[in-house]
Ligand binder design. Structure first.
Ligand SMILES: C[S@@+](CC[C@H](N)C(=O)[O-])C[C@H]1O[C@@H](n2cnc3c(N)ncnc32)[C@H](O)[C@@H]1O
Length: 263
């Protein structure tokens, strides 16, 4: 989950939300749950990729998983996000690692990237596809994949019925259409993709590169904004997401889904 994937302009959010949100999130190693071990496990399900796969990373954020994929594959990666500062950060990270020849980072809407159809061996997307609706996103991915190509993505799902009202309210704000794992598998099949495998992300994938550095950043900014009630309200709202997770993590999960375009 990441409340911040929600659409800017949401009237249920305080007016300073997006300004402060980006001051927190843009500085984190990643903008949602995930880690290198999970990326490696999902990649292992993508058998017989070519030695130099053409990879597309949709909703790449500041590139946490893009850097893992650069390490885990020998291919080239086109990384897309609609948030320009995230793309600037990814470009800077790739330059610092001397990897610019393997990464093309683009500011674009994943619903309409303008990239050529049937052209990618692997499409990757962590915590981002749901922003344009899972089935529209799956159809978009299918059209961009070559026949036989793989799609690996994470999505939040319910794991337990009757969530407490505060958990329901958080997801109503960020992902009101969130379903259960069988719903996502059914969507994959409806979009003419073949499910290959799926697994639940472990708890450390929420904390190590996401909620723990988020808490540290919120602390830092709480000092900076000690006399600014509006900013402190937003920081409190951001912090509540991980506080809720600490208590209610068994009600929902992030699942890595791997699917394949057949034909
Ligand atoms: C939860 S963050 C995940 C970022 C990154 N994949 C990660 O796991 O660290 C979702 C990302 O999707 C991006 N995003 C949301 N809607 C998008 C759209 N329609 N087109 C492109 N990017 C989008 C956001 O800017 C954000 O960077």
């Amino acid at each position: 989950m990441s409340i911040g994937s929600n659409t800017p302009g949401d009237t249920k959010l305080p007016s300073r939300f997006w300004e402060i949100f980006h001051e927190v999130y843009d500085h984190l190693p990643r903008q949602g749950p995930g880690n290198r071990a999970c990326a490696a496990r999902a990649l292992a399900l993508c058998r017989d990729l070519p030695p130099l796969p053409a990879v597309l990373d949709l909703g790449c954020g500041t590139g946490g998983q893009t850097l893992h994929l650069l390490d885990l594959t020998s291919g080239t990666i086109t990384a897309v996000d609609r948030h320009q500062p995230s793309i600037a950060r990814l470009r800077a990270k790739a330059a610092a690692l001397d990897l610019t020849h393997r990464v093309r980072a683009l500011v674009a809407d994943m619903a309409d990237t303008g990239l050529p159809p049937d052209s990618f061996d692997l499409i990757w997307s962590e915590g981002a596809l749901y922003n344009i609706g899972i089935e529209p996103a799956l159809r978009t991915c299918r059209s961009l994949l070559r026949a036989g190509g793989y799609l690996a993505f994470t999505d939040a799902v319910w794991c337990k019925g009757d969530p407490p009202p505060e958990v329901r309210a958080a997801f109503d704000l960020d992902y009101p259409a969130m379903g259960w794992t069988p719903d996502v598998l059914a969507s994959i099949e409806r979009c003419d993709l073949e499910p290959v495998g799926h697994f639940v992300l472990p708890d450390e994938a929420w904390w190590d590169d996401f909620y723990t550095p988020m808490g540290q950043r919120v602390q830092e900014l709480s000092g900076k904004y000690a006399a600014d009630a509006g900013a402190l309200e937003v920081l409190g709202q951001i912090q509540r997401e991980s506080d809720l997770h600490r208590i209610y993590a068994d009600y929902y999960a992030y699942v890595f889904f791997v699917a394949r375009r057949i034909g």
